[in-house]
Design a protein around this ligand. Structure first.
Ligand code: GLN
Length: 250
């Protein structure tokens, strides 16, 4: 099967090797006989409804976010339409912030958001940097954990009825106070976790791929054949231990 990926602003939003998440999607799809077709979508490009099974956006400094935010907000209706029609979305850090209703950066400049995610972000004085460990669910009742790295000034406040991606075991998370990290809206996931995120959390890569495949086929999400993931398990183990040892401290 061909999985069509729209990679938003790879030329602006790509810190902490966030591009590596695309490489993980491509490899894990290929090992199951599928092919990833990645299209870069940047300033001035259109998003054709129905053209993508998965939309991906990485993180970036305030400066890069300010350069693309108006263009991204203008793409908001198409992004929300795609998500409502069942496309998967993975948004990391700066991209996660801008898929919410907006981000007030460290200079007090208010950047518009897409409004796909039920939250708002305001930059604080001190950056929240370090390893993170989350407890979350793959599907309701199926407990999993996620390990990654965060570096953000933004404090993201979820709406009261919003579903976080996970509970913070170690680290700062959305705002260093709520005890939650990220957000989930159907097949759309937002998170502060860099690293990149997916090499050390292959179960999440497979969950997102299975949702994207369901969109591509018009069917229901199917479990993907398991892979050995020995290196991935070691990367996760080291990252999770670092988070337990020193995550969430200024
Ligand atoms: N510039 C944003 C912040 O500082 C996002 C940073 C990032 O993507 N790592 O919060």
């Amino acid at each position: 099967m061909r999985i069509r990926v729209g990679h938003l602003y790879p030329d602006y939003l790509n810190i902490y090797a966030d591009r590596g998440n695309i490489a993980v999607f491509a490899r894990r799809a290929r090992l199951r006989g599928h092919e990833l077709e990645v299209t870069a979508i940047s300033v001035g490009d259109d998003i054709r409804p129905g053209a993508y099974d998965l939309l991906y956006v990485g993180g970036g400094q305030d400066r890069e976010q300010a350069l693309i935010a108006p263009d991204l907000a203008a793409k908001g209706p198409a992004i929300k339409e795609a998500a409502a029609a069942g496309a998967s979305v993975l948004a990391v850090c700066g991209g996660y912030q801008l898929l919410g209703r907006g981000y007030v950066d460290r200079h007090g400049v208010s950047l518009p958001g897409v409004g796909l995610f039920p939250h708002e972000t305001v930059a604080g004085e001190r950056r929240m940097i370090g390893d993170v460990l989350l407890e979350c669910e793959r599907e309701r009742g199926e407990r999993r954990t996620l390990a990654g790295f965060e570096n953000h000034a933004g404090r993201t406040r979820l709406d009261p009825d919003a579903e976080p991606l996970g509970r913070v075991v170690a680290g700062f998370g959305n705002d260093g106070e709520s005890g939650y990290e990220g957000v989930r809206v159907g097949r759309a996931i937002g998170t502060y976790l860099h690293g990149p995120l997916l090499p050390r959390n292959p179960w999440l890569a497979d969950w997102i791929l299975s949702q994207a495949l369901a969109h591509a086929t018009g069917g229901q999400p199917q479990e993907l054949d398991p892979l050995p993931d020995l290196l991935e398990a070691e990367a996760y183990r080291v990252s999770a231990q670092r988070a337990r040892d020193r995550g969430g401290r200024f």
